[in-house]
Design a protein around this ligand. Sequence first.
Ligand SMILES: NC(=O)c1ccc[n+]([C@@H]2O[C@H](COP(=O)([O-])OP(=O)(O)OC[C@H]3O[C@@H](n4cnc5c(N)ncnc54)[C@H](O)[C@@H]3O)[C@@H](O)[C@H]2O)c1
Length: 369
Amino acid sequence: MSVTRVELAGRSYEVRVDGGLLADVANQCGPLLRKKRVPVITDANVAKHWQEPVAKSLEAAGHEPRFLVLDPGEGSKSWAVLERVMDWLLAEEVERGDHILALGGGVIGDLTGFAAAILKRGCGFIQLPTTLLAQVDSSVGGKTAINTSAGKNLVGAFHQPSLVLADLDTLSTLPQRELGAGYAEVIKYGILGDRAFFDWCEDNGAKVMAGDREAQEYAVTESVKAKARIVAEDERETTGTRALLNLGHTFGHALEAQTGFSDRLLHGEGVALGMVLSARYSARKAYISQDDAARVTAAISSAGLPSEIAALGLNCSGDALAAHMLHDKKMDAGTLPFILLRDIGEAFVDKQVELSDVSTFLGEQLQAH
Ligand SMILES: NC(=O)c1ccc[n+]([C@@H]2O[C@H](COP(=O)([O-])OP(=O)(O)OC[C@H]3O[C@@H](n4cnc5c(N)ncnc54)[C@H](O)[C@@H]3O)[C@@H](O)[C@H]2O)c1
């Protein structure tokens, strides 16, 4: 088992990475579960595979698990579902000192975390992430949110979990495309801040995707360490360090918007393409070499992730893609910061990027193959 501490003044917590953690959840949580009744929020896909080991472990320790099983998908990060969750937690008489278990991917983690942030002005919660994306990214760092008609993640809170248990066994039931979407976030840590880890990803990405346990454990652990470091440095995204995690997200967001935030392009796939575009745009500005941009592209495509926007068949102009960026929530006083590369392993925030230049660049990329 690897254990990484997220160091935050007065609210430090552990992220444990191993197999078998859900089957041992009661023991892992120990005194954090102080009452007989334990509320667990999950979704139907996750429940099918992972409700039983969690229930068995809790029951064996004398607890009475109570499950709220929600519909899978982004649609559950809504006001309506939040209301349902809050009413259920209140009916279950959850109190401030209690912990709610969030068993699922980023959707369940974000929703449960936000519910925990506002229930009785804040109760505890424990992340049990079951997707690669949730294990390496969303379960660590305390960002919680729901979506509204105005956009994604616009209503939320910073609320840190008390513990994160990333059970590698859960990756075995995850659809391959979802594994890929999570892997995009893994390789992101290498590209943005750790060249040696990028090198490792170049050599081992295919193994992670093929289910190699040792490679998956290393990938998740290194990613968690990177995220923990960044969050400890800049918990509330005020110094710029945490903003680097948005590498690939501005380009990716435009592509997600153009494909209607649908299954046509998963968020992680958008991030993968966005990282390719960030690297190519960095090369266009002569910050990095064309060879390095090609290396980033090859590392992403060799893990089975999309790397060419021309292949999406978008049938739109560069201007149309760039226009989506104006609605990006990272817009700050009229300018949109872009995360670009000075080197592989060295990302930086560029606030001087001309949107018209980005639009020309995107037009070229749409034609390229
Ligand atoms: N809080 C943060 O810092 C942060 C960071 C990145 C992303 N996010 C959020 O995370 C969400 C995306 O997370 P996600 O990709 O985990 O999506 P998700 O929670 O929707 O899970 C993806 C799909 O996999 C299914 N699933 C989950 N675990 C499974 C398993 N072990 N076996 C079989 N099926 C399983 C789910 O039911 C769902 O259909 C988005 O809402 C995004 O905004 C938050």
